[in-house]
Design a protein around this ligand. Structure first.
Ligand code: PGA
Length: 258
């Protein structure tokens, strides 16, 4: 958990490449009305809209909101000739307090590597944002029983050179569990990797989240896996009713030691 804070469960969503600005702002406004200034006890929500809507979503949530707004990606350089990219300072200027790094879709389609993930983590920390570092193995690695080693290597690379990782969040997102073609995991299927992450990094990072085919139905069981500090959700949180239901589940779920 982030140092100095009471244990809390992180519940966040990335909208990925969905929602117009109006749709994203409507989601943020409804969230603000539903949660009020104090938020949900014991829960730390975050929302990662597309970059086009980030500033407006952050403004709609309001200053001091219990909900963190963030970016789905940012470049490792502060500025320069990187056409099409946005930097961490630019994301922060738009209201981001958290930045997602190394999602498997970015690794698969946009050349994200362990090396670029490491650079981006360093930039996020340099500028005071929370890096949300995604890691996870492909189906073949999972089938071979090599999941933990694969994921630990990704996280070791991401944290290479980081002295104080207390702001870093790790999201374990098995590639085989993500998205429309993903397969919902049994809690037992993720327990070993989460335990390995917790043993290796649990005492130095801000939290370990699980992501991939989270639903309102399986959320409580996935939150119940020892060492899971929260959930990072795609499809099931894109309707505000779904996100609010997940926040309620997290609020009522038993807080395990982590
Ligand atoms: P999903 O996406 O919840 O829609 O499976 C998860 C993710 O990509 O983080």
């Amino acid at each position: 958990m982030l140092s100095g804070r009471a244990p809390a469960r992180w519940i966040g969503t990335s909208f990925k490449m969905t929602k117009t600005r109006a749709e994203a702002v409507a989601f943020a406004r409804t969230l603000r009305e539903a949660l009020g200034p104090d938020g949900v006890p014991g829960v730390r929500p975050f929302v990662l809209p597309p970059a086009t809507a980030l500033a407006e979503v952050a403004a709609a949530l309001g200053p001091g909101s219990p909900v963190l707004a963030g970016a789905q990606n940012a470049h490792w350089e502060d500025a320069g000739p990187w056409t099409g990219e946005i930097s961490v300072p630019q994301a922060a200027d738009a209201g981001a307090r958290i930045v997602e790094i190394g999602h498997s879709e970015r690794r698969a389609h946009f050349g994200e590597t362990d090396a670029t993930v490491r650079l981006k983590v360093a930039s996020a920390l340099r500028h005071g944002l929370i890096p949300l570092v995604c890691c996870g193995e492909e189906a073949g690695v999972h089938a071979r029983g090599d999941s933990a080693a694969h994921v630990l290597a990704q996280v070791a690379a991401a944290l290479d050179g980081v002295e104080d990782a207390t702001r870093v969040l790790i999201a374990y997102e098995p590639v085989w569990a993500i998205g429309e073609r993903g397969r919902e995991p049994h809690p037992g299927e993720i327990a070993d990797v989460v335990a390995a992450l917790r043993d290796a990094h649990g005492s130095r990072v801000g939290g370990i989240l699980y992501g991939g085919s989270v639903t309102e139905r399986n959320a409580a069981a996935l939150l119940g896996v020892d060492g899971v500090d929260g959930l990072f959700v795609g499809r099931a949180a894109w309707r505000i009713e779904g996100f609010l239901a997940l926040l309620a589940t997290a609020a009522s779920a038993r807080v395990t030691a982590s």
